[in-house]
Design a binder for this molecule. Structure first.
Ligand SMILES: Nc1nc2c(c(=O)[nH]1)N[C@H]1C(S)=C(S)[C@@H](COP(=O)(O)OP(=O)(O)OC[C@H]3O[C@@H](n4cnc5c(N)ncnc54)[C@H](O)[C@@H]3O)O[C@H]1N2
Ligand code: MOO
Length: 403
């Protein structure tokens, strides 16, 4: 079977991936959730002109000259406005956040005044508008300041609160079930027997899925039997997973059973094998409503494929407006050889030069079993199929790995 280009594989994974249904949740629970609707302000902020400083609200024309004297006729603090109107020769004591009283148009900070009972002497000329936040300077009722598809930051939450929204309409979080396969796998903390390998793939994949806002379900490790693999797939369906990620058993060996088990369960296969390194034996299909991504077992392959395919799929199902990783320009830090038909994703370190240029330095050993240099890498350097050899200093494309 011909290998599928990476871009076609990604398009197949994303085909029909519509945002999950919306739900309304409390603002307290909304951090990092994805908005299902635009959010318009329910109020104008500030609702009235307010003082930005502690001092005296005055009529600027009364206090334009140094040593002007004014009579303090009242006080206004945040939440306690002044009822009257300020006339010529008068001032009102005001505190930060206080509503600027009618008749006044400037605030003189208290450091610029000398107080003598109810009289103040102005030591710095008042200027119209100075130290006053006009009504609506932040936003006005009806302003749409948060957009559908945005993943809410902590700053967005403060803004939503300021706009007086106690609840927000967000998308349901995708549920990602992760099933590892392999007789040889033991959990960290155990002493591996001969030939055994410590399970690692799932740790990166769970964390990566959660970082993207998914809920994850750990289906553990299935032994290399059709029964165990099938049981794992069924548990994924029972858990209501939107996405099933399998790792291992994706290749052509006698113990690579994932595809057999999926087919027996009725999967509609979209593809198996892509023109990519690492990650060639990746597969994708649908089992009812559940999308299945079968990742290769090699730890780097599983992570790179998870990063390139699972992440955009989670984003699409979450209703995010931006689902694709952003390619950045960098400069090769060393020579690289000509590429074959597989698009290469080389683990690379990044160095930023003083002028801001990014240097991408591919690590020496790109074998897909090497976890240490995956952890040390800061980016994937993308090499197109059949790219000719390139020398240090030539431009290249990178995808930054999450920090
Ligand atoms: N004859 C061929 N052999 C292979 C091909 C091929 O095209 N023809 N492709 C190779 C490529 S490329 C990859 S990638 C691997 C993928 O194989 P599998 O998906 O079947 O992976 P496994 O054999 O199950 O495991 C590979 C390797 O990774 C270790 N592993 C598996 N799961 C985990 C885990 N959860 N945590 C840590 N390590 C894990 C496993 O022990 C193996 O060492 O196939 C090549 N072969
Ligand atoms: O795709 Mo495999 O990941 O080349 O080792």
């Amino acid at each position: 079977m011909a290998l599928m280009p990476v871009s076609d594989a990604l398009a197949a994974v994303l085909a029909g991936a519509e945002p999950l249904p919306e739900e309304t949740i409390a603002l307290d629970d909304a951090f990092h959730r994805v908005l299902a609707r635009d959010v318009a302000s329910k109020r104008t902020q500030p609702p009235q002109a307010m003082s930005a400083m502690d001092g005296y609200a005055v009529r600027a024309s009364d206090a334009a000259a140094i040593d002007s004297q004014l009579t303090v006729i009242g006080e206004v603090a945040a939440g306690r406005p002044f009822a009257g109107t300020v006339r010529a020769g008068e001032a009102v004591r005001i505190f930060t956040g206080g509503v600027v009283p009618d008749g006044t148009d400037a605030v003189v900070i208290q450091e610029d005044t000398v107080t003598d009972g109810k009289r103040i002497t102005v030591k710095e000329a008042a200027v119209t508008g100075r130290h006053i936040r006009p009504a609506g300077i932040d936003f006005r009722e009806g302003d749409v300041l948060l957009r559908k598809g945005a993943r809410l930051t902590e700053r967005d939450l403060a803004l939503a609160a300021g706009m007086n929204h106690p609840n927000l309409a967000v998308r349901r979080q995708p549920k990602v079930a992760i099933l590892a396969t392999g007789d040889e796998l033991v959990r960290p903390g155990t002493t591996p027997g001969p030939g055994q390998i410590v399970y690692s793939n799932g740790y990166a994949l769970h964390a990566l899925a959660r970082r993207e806002g998914a809920d994850t379900v750990d289906l553990g490790v299935a032994a290399d039997t059709l029964e165990a693999t099938t049981a794992g797939i069924r548990r994924a369906r029972e858990s209501g997973a939107d996405i099933l990620i399998t790792t291992g058993g994706a290749s052509v060996g006698d113990h690579d059973l994932v595809q057999h088990a999926l087919k027996a369960e009725g999967v509609a296969m979209a593809f198996w094998k892509i023109a990519m390194r690492p990650g060639k034996p990746m597969m994708h299909g649908r089992l009812g409503a559940m999308r299945v991504i079968g990742l290769p077992g090699n730890p780097v392959s599983s992570y790179v494929c998870g990063f390139l395919f699972m992440v955009p799929l989670i984003r699409a199902l979450s209703g995010r407006s931006v689902i694709h990783h952003r390619r950045e320009h960098a400069v090769l830090g060393r020579d690289v050889g000509a590429n074959d038909q597989r698009e290469d994703y080389l683990r690379a370190r990044l160095v930023e030069r003083d002028d801001g240029t990014l240097i991408a330095l591919p690590v020496d050993h790109q074998d897909s079993s090497l976890l240490a240099n995956l952890a040390a890498a800061q980016a994937l350097l993308v090499r197109a199929p059949f790219a000719p050899k390139a020398e240090a200093g030539s431009p290249c494309a990178i995808l930054r790995l999450p920090l």
